[in-house]
Design a protein around this ligand. Structure first.
Ligand code: SF4
Length: 186
């Protein structure tokens, strides 16, 4: 019998709601990881490498993210990692609001099934989609979202372009590391 998350994965693979994304699609990238993760990580949308492999955060941004996780003492396999949009937009453009809305039910169902206590939002698009406030207003602090703890911070692709911002992200993440440790870890 399939788990609810496998059902979502299959529905994503068959989804044709966003015609431009479907036309250019290599693979859908539904997300992966621990189905009982206490920490869920959200990016914007898959890039080229992710679309080729059907896995989230496996390109250059993903390598940097893995290093960030290691520095935080988090094992990737304990987390669930996904994007707010499951198909790659052409030329890595920001997914249109209509595409974000089309994909929203998959995201909401994943969050409901996994029911994480902590959410890490990477970048403005994921933050504004999930948290509903401008990134500049909320980044870097822990917020309450319906009883869950949410930390919005910069996307690793931003850090690849602006390596000097790594120390800022590190400061942001320390707040989450401390909170998770106090709460018994991952
Ligand atoms: Fe469907 Fe989401 Fe892909 Fe759009 S981005 S086609 S809603 S799976």
């Amino acid at each position: 019998m399939m788990t609810a998350l496998e059902v979502i994965t299959n529905e994503v693979a068959a989804c044709t709601k966003c015609s431009e994304l479907v036309f250019n699609r290599l693979n859908t990238v539904p997300g992966e990881g621990n189905l009982k993760a206490r920490l869920m990580v959200f990016g914007e949308s898959p890039g080229q490498t992710e679309a080729e492999l059907g896995r989230p955060f496996v390109g250059e941004s993903g390598k940097l993210l893995d290093n960030i996780f290691k520095a935080c003492g988090w094992q990737r396999e304990k987390l669930f990692i996904t994007n707010i949009v499951k198909c790659r937009p052409p030329n890595n453009r920001v997914p249109y609001v209509t595409e974000q809305e089309n994909c929203r039910s998959f995201l909401d169902r994943q969050i409901e099934e996994i029911d994480p206590k902590f959410l890490l939002l990477l970048g403005a698009t994921a933050t504004e989609a999930i948290f509903g406030l401008p990134f500049g207003m909320v980044r870097g602090d822990i917020h309450d979202l319906n009883g869950k703890f949410v930390l919005p911070t910069y996307h690793p692709s931003y850090l690849l372009r602006n390596p000097e911002a790594k120390s800022i992200v590190w400061e942001h993440l320390q707040k989450l590391v401390v909170l998770i440790d106090k709460d018994g870890g991952l």
